[in-house]
Ligand binder design. Structure first.
Ligand SMILES: [Zn+2]
Length: 67
């Protein structure tokens, strides 16, 4: 059993940002996650938009998920 999380849709290895943004946008208590590409597809958005949101939350310092 690998000790990293994978996307429940495509199986891609997840980074901590992928998990944080999924929790932020979808479900704070989630223990299964989507990678940024799959999350973007689900939200009819783009990877670039999701990455901008991640940067925004990190820079704002307001969200405890991004510390
Ligand atoms: Zn995926």
């Amino acid at each position: 059993m690998a000790n990293y999380k994978t996307c429940k849709d495509c199986g891609a290895q997840l980074l901590s940002d992928d998990i944080s943004i999924y929790r932020k946008l979808m479900d704070r208590g989630a223990d299964e996650f989507l990678c940024i590409d799959c999350l973007a597809a689900l939200l009819k958005s783009t990877r670039a938009d999701i990455e901008k949101l991640i940067a925004y939350y990190r820079e704002s310092g307001q969200c405890t998920l991004f510390r």
